[in-house]
Write a protein that binds this ligand. Structure first.
Ligand code: NAD
Ligand code: UD1
Length: 338
């Protein structure tokens, strides 16, 4: 299939490109490089053994620009990663987040429809469950209240996409609810490259391990969890990338609307992750216990059975693989793509 990959220069997009190539698909990237660099695409090209990844430096809100990309290519499907994703920043800049994520998707969907491309895979998030009413979380779990504008955009865009598919059943829409992606490609040449102080756990751990930050702050040890620290469903980014290839098969079979949890089904606490990282990599990760982070929940992990049954997808990598590959990327690239 010929796939438009919005946000393809970013963390998950770059890993997905590799799996798309491996599965024999053609991918064309549109990215405004707001949170990424062309270097990731150069490295992906090297990994997959091509001269370059076809790329348009373009904001998806630029309707005329996007129209010209669709005029030049007949796309079978779009994998839509492009969006802003920093939770804290979204609280400070709600308008920018709503504008980019909502309007970007509206323009994209309209241009897709104008060009007869009615297949889309959307990057959603476990955040749509809010504080989940059941653990492990199945797709039948009701959506919850999101505590921040970032999460709201994911939840609202899911509803927009459902309505689009309902109004016109020619659309095939797959909503992938990612749990906590970490890890990196085994080459150690591409990975997560956060700007400034990392918000998320694994990039913070790797920056402590490489000596860029003094110690990890563990946000709360008084949750109702086995060791008191927050429990999450960490998933290797390569497994996550593969879920998109499986979703493409469902789209080819005209799946209509599909909603899937993409996680391993295992919950690990903050201290489990720190301990696994230290054990696997033989490096120190000093930490201090800090107060809870506002908006955090105690436990979040999924039941991924639906993705296995309907997409034929399941995670292959475990927490030790994730810790090894995150470190391999960080130690080889202490300053990311710079
Ligand atoms: P990322 O920031 O690395 O990648 C997103 C890419 O989109 C970036 O390259 C950015 O430059 C680009 N982009 C943003 N706005 C754009 C616009 N208007 N036009 C064109 N390009 C634009 O993030 P990621 O971690 O790879 O996440 C990919 C998607 O998955 C995002 O939608 C994110 O919200 C979602 N998601 C991520 C996580 C996670 O933990 N990383 C979890 C759940 C969902
Ligand atoms: C966060 C977002 C979520 C988003 C996801 C991926 C919040 C409240 N949630 O999820 O909406 O979809 O990132 O971008 O921000 N932790 C520490 N110290 C740190 C960092 C994290 O102890 O320096 C803890 C957290 O309290 C949590 C766990 O590590 O228990 C995972 O945190 P994080 O990686 O930020 O992911 P989520 O909070 O699950």
């Amino acid at each position: 299939m010929k796939i438009l990959v919005t946000g393809g220069a970013g963390y998950i997009g770059s890993h997905t490109l590799i799996e798309l190539y491996a599965a024999g698909h053609t991918a064309i990237v549109v990215d405004n490089l707001y949170n990424s660099s062309k270097e990731s695409l150069r490295r992906v090209a090297k990994i997959v053994g091509v001269d370059e990844i076809p790329f348009y430096e373009l904001d998806i809100r630029d309707r005329a620009g996007l129209e010209s990309v669709f005029a030049a290519h007949h796309f079978d499907c779009c994998i839509h990663f492009a969006g802003l994703k920093a939770v804290g920043e979204s609280v400070e800049k709600p308008l920018e987040y709503y504008e980019n994520n909502m309007n970007g998707t509206f323009v994209l969907l309209d241009v897709m429809r104008n060009h007869g491309c009615k297949n889309i895979i959307f990057s959603s998030s476990a955040t749509v469950y809010g504080d989940p009413v059941e653990i492990p979380i199945t797709e039948n779990c009701p959506k919850g209240k999101c505590t921040n504008p970032y999460g709201q955009t994911k939840s609202m865009l899911e509803e927009v996409l459902k309505d689009v598919q309902k109004a016109d059943p020619e659309w095939n829409v797959v909503l992938l609810r990612y749990f906590n992606p970490i890890g990196a490609h085994c080459s150690g040449t591409i990975g997560e490259n956060p700007n400034g102080i990392p918000n998320n756990l694994m990039p913070y751990i790797t920056q402590v391990a490489v000596g860029k930050r003094k110690e990890l702050g563990v946000f709360g040890n008084d949750y109702d969890t086995p060791d008191g620290t927050g429990v999450r469903d960490y998933i290797h980014v390569v497994d996550l990338a593969n879920a998109h290839v499986c979703a493409l098969r469902a789209i080819a079979q005209k799946c209509g609307l599909g909603i899937y949890n993409i996680g391993t089904g295992h919950g690990y606490s903050v201290l489990d992750v720190v301990n696994a990282f230290v054990k696997v990599n033989g490096v120190e990760v000093p930490y201090v216990i800090k107060p809870r982070r506002p908006g955090d929940i105690a436990t979040c992990y999924c039941n991924p059975a639906k993705a296995k049954a309907e997409l034929g997808w399941e995670a292959k990598y475990g927490i030790e693989d994730m810790c090894r590959d995150s470190w391999n990327w960080q130690k080889n690239n202490p300053d990311g793509y710079q």
